[in-house]
Write a protein that binds this ligand. Structure first.
Ligand code: NAD
Length: 412
């Protein structure tokens, strides 16, 4: 496996490829090489902790880096950074199965100053109730509930204060999958729901990152990103949430190997449905120790994990608690990035790292949101074959989304 080193700037571990791609254009090649030499190689077993930005910045290194960084650049960087802990977040569908635990995890994030919980008047509990409940947590976040009437467009019916000033909007609003139903069956109904919310965001918080949890993510993200583009807005603000696939892959690898999943970090690339979900086990040290003959089954378990939950809930919902956890992990990383503490997470975004216009891969989140879409990295023979299979299926689902965007527009 490629040598990985910890960048003291954010405590995350990178391969040379990821590292050089990130700094390319910001510093001269020689400076990047010198900085790479300063970075500490990842110790065996410590990879995940650092990769998720849990590591503290070693003081001596931080000092050395500050010294080495040209003053003008350091100043510009400091200026671009937003103060930590001052962000406004909205959870749309915040009174739903995913929305409630997601709102709770987000309310606990020290980077969050204000949280809007938005839902419809038909939600299982009024969003004002969820807000009142979360408002009693002894955290600094102020939580407010907002409601809109079913069938009325959010862009006109929703109180603009809900979205105004938002830095991040998390969108689990929509119908969950029923047993036997594919994510594609859901597309039409959920695309209209997502469009209504995206329309309101385009009007009230066009600079916010919109994290789309609503399924089918493979088609919804291209649809919304292309609609944003059509409106003259930045399609990179639309981010598909695929974090649950990574969470599951790492958990299952932990179960098989007996290792703590907290220190396992399996990237999952491609898309977020069936065979488009492609765990890259060879790129995690622990997962790479699993016998190759067990990989196909493990791969399949990650692909079908959503169905495991749908069936276990007997059609009364899909993954909500694990999804709340996973959505909040991505949300926290996005906010950390906006605060100037770069984070790397897999996400489904507009991309040019393959021949498909949308793709899930590791993404660097920084001051402006998506800062860099990282390359896939090395794949083994099994994964190389799987990639082709995943891409063929994903291509069709992307087309569904693009066609929707061609036939519609944001009315705002
Ligand atoms: P749920 O029905 O429990 O909650 C959805 C909530 O959205 C409800 O409270 C509903 O009132 C609200 N809502 C519907 N239309 C709305 C609108 N126009 N504006 C505001 N709120 C609206 O469903 P759930 O289990 O929380 O799932 C939500 C979505 O997330 C589904 O589409 C599901 O398939 C998807 N999902 C995604 C992932 C992922 O990994 N990305 C995982 C699991 C589920």
């Amino acid at each position: 496996m490629a040598d990985r080193r910890v960048d003291p700037d954010d405590g995350a571990a990178y391969t040379w490829d990821e590292f050089s791609v990130y700094y390319k254009g910001k510093y001269k090649k020689k400076a990047i090489e010198e900085y790479w030499e300063e970075c500490k190689p990842v110790k065996k077993g410590k990879d995940k902790a650092k990769g998720k930005g849990k590591g503290e910045e070693p003081k001596a290194k931080a000092k050395a880096k500050v010294k080495a960084e040209p003053k003008a650049k350091a100043k510009a960087k400091a200026k671009a950074r937003k103060p930590p802990g001052a962000f406004k977040v909205c959870v749309c569908g915040g009174a739903g199965g995913i929305g409630q635990p997601l709102s709770m995890f987000i309310a606990l994030d020290p980077n969050v100053k204000e949280l809007s919980v938005f839902d419809l008047n038909i939600a299982m509990v009024p969003p004002a109730g969820v807000a009142a409940d979360l408002g009693h947590l002894d955290k600094k976040s102020e939580v407010k509930g907002y409601v809109a009437e079913l069938g009325k467009p959010a862009v006109t019916d929703l109180d603009p204060e809900c979205l105004k000033g938002c830095n991040l909007v998390l969108i689990p609003a929509g119908m969950p999958r029923k047993p036997g139903q594919t994510r594609d069956d859901l597309f039409k109904v959920n695309a209209d729901i997502a469009k209504g919310i995206v329309e309101a965001c385009a009007k009230h918080c066009p600079e916010a990152i919109l994290a789309m949890i609503v399924n089918p993510v493979n088609s919804i993200v291209p649809a919304m990103a292309e609609l944003y583009k059509k409106k003259g807005l930045d399609p990179m603000k639309i981010v598909g949430v695929t974090t649950l696939d990574c969470v599951r892959a790492s958990k299952f690898v932990g179960q098989i190997t007996g290792k703590n999943p907290n220190f396992i970090n399996v990237p999952v690339i491609g898309g977020h449905a069936g065979i488009t979900i492609m765990p890259v086990f060879s790129q995690d040290k622990t997962a790479a120790t699993i016998d190759q003959e067990k990989i196909a089954e493990l791969d399949k378990r990650v692909q079908d994990a959503g169905t495991e939950v749908v069936n276990a809930k007997n059609g009364k919902g899909s993954a909500t608690l694990s999804m709340g956890y996973a959505g909040a992990r991505l949300g926290r990383s996005i906010l950390a990035g906006l605060a100037g503490r770069r984070r790397v997470e897999c996400a489904y975004v507009k991309s040019d790292i393959t021949d498909l216009p949308y793709f899930t891969s590791k993404v660097v989140f920084g001051e402006g949101g998506v800062q860099k879409v990282l390359p896939i990295g090395e794949l083994n023979e099994y994964e190389t074959k799987r990639l082709e299979e995943a891409k063929a299926a994903l291509k069709i689902e992307i087309e569904t989304g693009v066609k929707y965007a061609e036939a519609n527009e944001l009315n705002c």
